[in-house]
Ligand binder design. Sequence first.
Ligand SMILES: Cc1cc2nc3c(=O)[nH]c(=O)nc-3n(C[C@H](O)[C@H](O)[C@H](O)COP(=O)(O)OP(=O)(O)OC[C@H]3O[C@@H](n4cnc5c(N)ncnc54)[C@H](O)[C@@H]3O)c2cc1C
Length: 414
Amino acid sequence: MSEAVDVLVIGGGISGATAARFLRPQWVLLEREPVLGGLSTQYRSGAFWFDYGGHYFHFQGANPMQRHLSEKTPFRRYARRSRVHILERLVPFPIQSHLESLPASLRRRIEREMAHPQPPEDPSMAAALRAEFGPTLYQLFFLPFLTKYYARDPRELITGMTKGSIPPPARRSGSARQKKAAQGYNPEFFYPVGELRRFWEAYAQPLLPQVRLDEPVEAIDLMDRRLETSKRSYRFRFLINTMPLPHLLSMLSGFAFPSSLPRRLRYTSTQVTNLVLARRYRRFHWVYLPQRDVPYYRMGYYPGSGTCRIYLEQSIARNGAPQDIAQSGVTGLLRGLGVIHDATEILHVSRRTIPIAYVQFDRFWARTVPGILRGLAEQGIFSIGRYGGWNYSSMAEDALTARNTALTINRQTA
Ligand SMILES: Cc1cc2nc3c(=O)[nH]c(=O)nc-3n(C[C@H](O)[C@H](O)[C@H](O)COP(=O)(O)OP(=O)(O)OC[C@H]3O[C@@H](n4cnc5c(N)ncnc54)[C@H](O)[C@@H]3O)c2cc1C
C-alpha cells in the first residue's frame, strides 16, 4: 500500500526545510540522515561541535529571508575581515581592490593592465578573468587559486560559477576606503547566536510531525507518480527535490534524458579539517591560500564563544583522494599564518569529506542543466537548492528559492 501525499519533499537541509515551512497543501519530508540540517548544521567529534567548513549567512540584496530565518534564533552580524596569503604577506580581500599591499612595480603593472580591460578571447572563466584583471594578476592569484579551489583547469569552466564573488574593483575615485571594504558578495555576514545546531533546533521544531528521518529515497516513477524509500512507498502530486541532481536523475524513471548525463555533471569534493586550539585566534575570519605548494585553499575560524575552532578546506578532484597531509605540514602552515606557535596548541583534529561540495559550470552544464530543470518543473518536480538545482548558491539564496517554490505549489493547489 502506498501513502498518498500532495507534496513530497526530499532532503531536510535549508532548502527542504524552508520549502516545508511555507507549503500549504499536505506534505511529508523525507530525510536520509537521522538529523535535519544537511550541510548547514553541525556535527560532533569528541567533546566538540563543528560546521562543515565555514558556513555563514549572506543576506545581501535585502534578501527577504533574513527576518524569517532569524525569527526564533538571533543572528549576529560580522563585518568581514579576510586576507589573501600571497608573496609572504597577507593582502586584504579582494586582492584586486588592495593592490597597494603588493610590491610597487608589480602594483603598477597590474594597474596598467586593469586600466585597459581586453575583450575575452573565449567564453571560459579563465579568459574572462584574464581580460578583466590582466595577465599579471591572473597568473599571480586567480589561476593558482581557482585551479586549486575547483580542482580543474579554469579554461574548462565558464563564467557563471563566479557570479558576484569576484567583483571588479571600483574604477572611479571617491570614498575609496569604504567601497573597498564593502566589495564582494560577503562584506558582512551573519551567524546564529548559539551556533548552527541551535538555529536548527528552533527552525525545524514546527516541521517535526511531518518529517521522516533515516528514510532515504531510492526510486521515483514519474509516470505512476510513485516514490520508494528504504521503508515504504508513496504516491505524490508534486515533488520538491534537494538531493544532488545526478542522484535524482539516476533514481528517476519515466523522464527522458541521455543516460550518460548524471556521469557528465561534474563537481568538486571538499575535505574539511577541523581543529580545536588551546589559544584564541580571532585575527581574520578566513584567509585564502593560493600557493601551489599548500594543499588547502582556505583557512578560517568559526565564530561563537568557548573553544577556538578553526578549519582548513581542501578540494578533491573527481575520482581523486585528499592529499594526505602530515600533522607537521598543518602545524607549519598554521605557524606561518600566525595562528599557533607550536603543535602542542592543537588539542583536537577532525576530518570530514563533503562528497559533492562545488558544482562545476562547464559547457556541458550550460547545454543540459537549465533544460532538464525546466522539463522536470513542467512535470511538477521542482529540483532546487545548491545541489538539487545543480548550482552555486548560498544558504540565504537557497532559502529564498525554496520559499518561492512552495508559493508556486501553493498557488497551483489552491
Ligand atoms: C565547504 C562549503 C562551505 C560553504 N560555505 C557556505 C557559507 O559560508 N555560506 C553559505 O551561505 N553557504 C555556504 N555553502 C553552501 C551551503 O552549504 C549550501 O548552499 C546549502 O547547505 C545547501 O542546502 P540544501 O538544503 O540545498 O542542500 P543540503 O544541505 O545538501 O541538504 C540536502 C539534504 O538531502 C538529504 N538527502 C540526500 N540524499 C537523500 C536521499 N536519497 N533521500 C533523502 N534525503 C536525502 C541530505 O541528507 C541533506 O540533508 C558552503 C558549502 C560548502 C561545501
